[in-house]
Design a protein around this ligand. Structure first.
Ligand SMILES: [Mg+2]
Length: 179
């Protein structure tokens, strides 16, 4: 069985992070105009402490939907591949409250994708040190160490050019490639 790494944020779900930024700063984020991955940082910097104080007790995943077709395709992939969900939980700018983020991620995955064994969750920020046959992620740096690299298209990677990735827009395209 081939090993398959699947990223959580912006591949399985987007969570509620942008919603919380919009709420706290009373703004509307237009994702189509954003190309910089660190845009969150730039907005948050306007009231760094206040914002993290606001977010730290919130569950970023409460009620967040899975991406379209994610459940069905993952269920099929799970029969053919040795799947690991690999996701970062450290909030670099609020490291001390990352424990609750890890807990929220764990329970979200368990509830939303019950057919994936919980021992197959890996919580780490350093995905690039891990080797898998196939990796699916929305950040190129995390695809390092894979024979087959599948880049999940997103606003922050749309202008990047790579010659060793397969780009996908959705889970149906992943199904076509891997099944
Ligand atoms: Mg991601």
């Amino acid at each position: 069985m081939k090993t398959l790494m699947i990223d959580m944020d912006d591949v399985i779900t987007t969570g509620n992070f942008n919603k919380l930024i919009e709420e706290y700063f009373n703004i509307k984020i237009d994702m189509s105009k954003i190309t910089n991955y660190f845009y969150i940082q730039e907005i948050v910097e306007k009231d760094y402490e206040g914002f993290w104080n606001y977010v730290k007790d919130k569950n970023l995943y409460e009620g967040a939907p899975l991406f379209k077709d994610c459940y069905e395709v993952l269920e099929k992939l799970n029969k053919k591949y040795d799947i690991y969900i690999v996701t970062s939980y450290l909030w670099r700018h609020a490291v001390d409250v990352s424990g609750s983020c890890l807990s929220n991620k764990y329970y979200y995955l368990k509830e939303m994708l019950p057919f994936i064994d919980q021992t197959k969750y890996i919580f780490t920020t350093n995905k690039n040190i891990m080797k898998f046959d196939i990796k699916i992620d929305d950040r190129y740096v995390n695809l390092e160490g894979a024979e087959k690299k599948i880049l999940f298209n997103n606003w922050h990677n749309k202008n990047e050019v790579y010659d060793d990735v397969i780009r996908v827009n959705n889970w149906k395209e992943i199904e076509e490639i891997l099944l």
